[in-house]
Design a protein around this ligand. Structure first.
Ligand code: UD1
Length: 307
């Protein structure tokens, strides 16, 4: 069995690649290293890596023909809400057009895949009051990022239904853990917090810190992805989260305790297009056998140990 992982040198992608290699799959990675890093890929001798952009349509088509993957995990993305507001056109070309082009090519050439898994986001739910978010909760995408993720989900599911392709979508909540790149102001907040605590840098807090998120340790995310693959599920959407809501203030406090050091905080106005509260119902995933192995405290301790 062969798996193609776009964004496979990135934070979540590289953890997935490790797991797929351990499961005995042949793994092919495409990553343009915009946020990813080849050092993230542990078993480089066992993985075929192409440093390429998923927007290179010709390249991607040739790759699919040559490699004939059974499983496709589409993780390549502009991964930040705030970044998408700065670069809406570029976000769209990666987060939607590249995915659409691949689906269209698979349809036209009848490529015999076993699963096409698209990684969407909790950002699609927006600021509607129902909590926790279920996969069939109403959506209200507020940023170019969330709009692209939601629209692409719809393409992925419709292509699945209309052309009988084995497609599935997941909505990541806030994933954290080793390998998340803190170098951009648009990086995930826990990678930035880790960097600030480690290097005694001031942390910029956007808003009053009362915004909440459902933080999930990357190992639990990989567990969920693999369960979805093994279950042969198709035409479904799954939340991938921990199922607990925590405010940014509470996370900072917990992390300061774990790290045994305090953070220097600079306040800044809240970011545009952001979700105020976020927490998932993970019942659908639990039915597949998912159990969260990492509480926030345990995950943060593990992350801090390796930082
Ligand atoms: C994150 C993910 C996104 C995923 C979504 C699902 C990243 C970069 N983004 O978006 O891919 O689809 O979860 O919910 O991993 N913050 C600060 N200071 C900082 C950075 C962030 O206060 O230096 C705040 C933000 O304003 C936000 C919160 O921390 O309120 C989380 O921000 P961020 O880590 O960028 O995540 P999301 O926008 O939730």
């Amino acid at each position: 069995m062969k798996a193609l992982v776009t964004g496979g040198a990135g934070f979540i992608g590289s953890h997935l690649v490790d797991h797929l290699v351990a499961e005995g799959l042949d793994v092919v990675v495409v990553d343009n290293l915009s946020m990813g890093d080849l050092h993230n890929v542990k078993h480089q001798d066992e993985v075929t890596i192409y440093v390429e952009d998923v927007r290179n349509e010709k390249f991607m088509q040739q790759l699919l023909q040559e490699e004939q993957p059974d499983y496709i995990y589409f993780l390549a993305a502009v991964a930040s809400v705030a970044d998408s507001i700065e670069r809406p056109a570029e976000t769209h070309s990666v987060n939607q057009t590249a995915v659409f082009n691949m689906l269209e090519y698979i349809r036209k050439t009848n490529l015999p895949i076993k699963q096409f898994l698209f990684t969407s986001s909790a950002a699609v739910y927006g600021n509607l009051p129902e909590l926790p978010k279920k996969e069939d909760s109403r959506v209200d995408p507020l940023s170019p990022y969330a709009i692209d993720k939601y629209a692409t989900e719809r393409f992925v599911l419709a292509y699945g239904e209309l052309y009988d392709l084995p497609t599935v979508c997941v909505r990541f909540f806030n994933v954290y853990g080793p390998g998340q790149n803190p170098s951009s102001p648009y990086s995930g907040v826990l990678s930035i917090l880790t960097d600030c605590l480690n290097n005694k840098k001031p942390f910029t807090l956007y808003g009053d810190g009362s915004q909440t998120r459902d933080f999930v340790y990357v190992e639990d995310v990989i567990q969920a992805l693999w369960l979805i693959t093994k279950s042969d599920t198709e035409h479904e959407v799954f939340n991938i989260a921990n199922g607990n809501e925590a405010s940014l203030n509470a996370i900072i406090e917990t992390y300061e305790k774990v790290a045994g050091t305090s953070l220097q905080i600079k306040k800044a106005p809240g970011r545009e297009g952001e979700v105020k509260r976020s927490v998932a119902n993970i019942g659908k995933l639990i039915k597949l056998g998912y159990t969260t192995k990492w509480s926030l405290e345990a995950g943060l301790s593990k992350y801090w140990e390796g930082a």
